[in-house]
Design a protein around this ligand. Structure first.
Ligand code: CP
Length: 345
């Protein structure tokens, strides 16, 4: 059944924005179709118009309650969800594990059931364990769950904002060469970005220390084709090239990843100096990419390690645009989950 999202004409810019099928939860990008990704990016563009108004307030989610439930630290994701919800007129409640009954041992399930009993419409959850948002989604009947990052598994809203930023500058993502470099092994950002870019038809090259490449990739796959929602072999367009100088040749866009020292249980490379020498994205390396190639980083950055300061703050950098688009994408997703009216074609 195809559905159409109908905008409140007074609340939001633009006319009806078609979304192929309204979903209940946002858990990863593996179950998004290419059409749904495109529709979400189009909705985010409409939301960006709201962000550019003098008065950033529309009534689209009036009467809705959103809880951000974060078991891990965050600046960008938590604050942008709060800002997105407030601009859309939802009531947003921020809950941190350390200041709640989670400290007394309350389980994730009982925390979720408690919030559901209070009439919460959306739980935005970040959790150190992969699968925690999926567990909540399976067990809560009346709440939409959005994954704001689960362990090293997925960060779908980051993936969408990365796609949104890349599409703004590259127009067409199909056929583009996207290089993702660094600690892929521990990166939920990389996993969701890979799903997004391959569904958009890009070629993805992963680079970094071989010890920080996930085994499934080096063994020829990552996830099952069955979970790819309409894409026959979604990872056929993903390759691994540990030599960054070779990987970056002719790239359209380079995304540097944060070294996730909090998730690294052992030494994965000889020293930071060696890492910088071989895998830092800097001006000299970017000179091997296409002349107008762009830089992204999901943040927070270890500036001077994964990426040089001059590049991070230079004209090729889209890092701050990624942050702005993070608000627009989260507005679009909140609206699609609980603000949109669905009508059958
Ligand atoms: N990119 C990202 O998830 O940043 P935060 O940890 O600040 O939310």
């Amino acid at each position: 059944m195809a559905t159409t999202v109908v905008n409140d004409a007074e609340a939001l810019p633009g006319t009806a924005i078609p979304v192929p099928g309204l979903r209940r939860h946002v858990l990863d990008l593996d179950d998004f179709t290419a059409d749904e990704i495109t529709a979400t990016l189009d909705n985010a563009a409409a939301m960006r118009d709201v962000l550019e108004r003098d008065v950033k307030k529309v009534p689209a989610l009036r009467g809705r309650v959103i809880v951000t439930l974060f078991y891990e630290a965050s600046t960008r994701t938590r604050i942008s969800f709060e800002e997105a919800g407030k601009i859309l007129s939802a009531d947003v409640i921020n809950m941190t594990a350390s200041a709640s009954s989670i400290e007394k041992g309350e389980s994730l399930l009982n925390t979720g059931l408690t919030l559901q009993a209070m009439g919460v419409d959306v739980i935005v959850v970040r959790h150190p364990h992969a699968g925690a948002p999926h567990f909540l989604a399976r067990n809560l009947k009346n709440v939409a769950v959005i994954n704001a990052g689960d362990g090293a598994h997925a960060h779908p809203t980051q993936g969408l904002l990365d796609l949104c930023t890349a599409r703004d500058h590259l127009s067409e993502l199909a056929g583009r060469k996207i290089v993702i470099v660094g600690d892929v092994l521990h990166s939920r950002v990389a996993r969701s970005a890979v799903w997004g870019f391959v569904k958009a038809g890009s070629q993805v090259v992963l680079s970094g220390p071989p010890t920080l490449m996930p085994d499934p990739f080096t063994q020829g796959g990552w996830g099952s084709a069955a979970s790819s929602n309409g894409v026959a072999n979604p990872l056929a367009n993903v390759s691994v090239e540990p030599d960054l100088d070779a990987a970056i040749d002719d790239a359209d866009l380079v995304m540097a990843l944060r070294l996730q020292s909090e998730r690294q249980q052992r030494g994965f490379f000889p020293s930071l100096r060696e890492y910088i020498r071989r895998w830092q994205v800097n001006d000299a390396r970017m000179a091997r990419a296409k002349p107008d190639a762009l830089l992204m980083h999901p943040g927070p950055m270890n500036e001077g390690i994964e990426v040089s300061s001059s590049l991070a703050h230079g004209e090729r950098s889209l890092i701050e645009e990624q942050v702005t688009n993070g608000v627009a994408i989260r507005m679009a997703l909140l609206y699609q989950l609980v603000g949109a009216a669905a009508v059958e074609d």
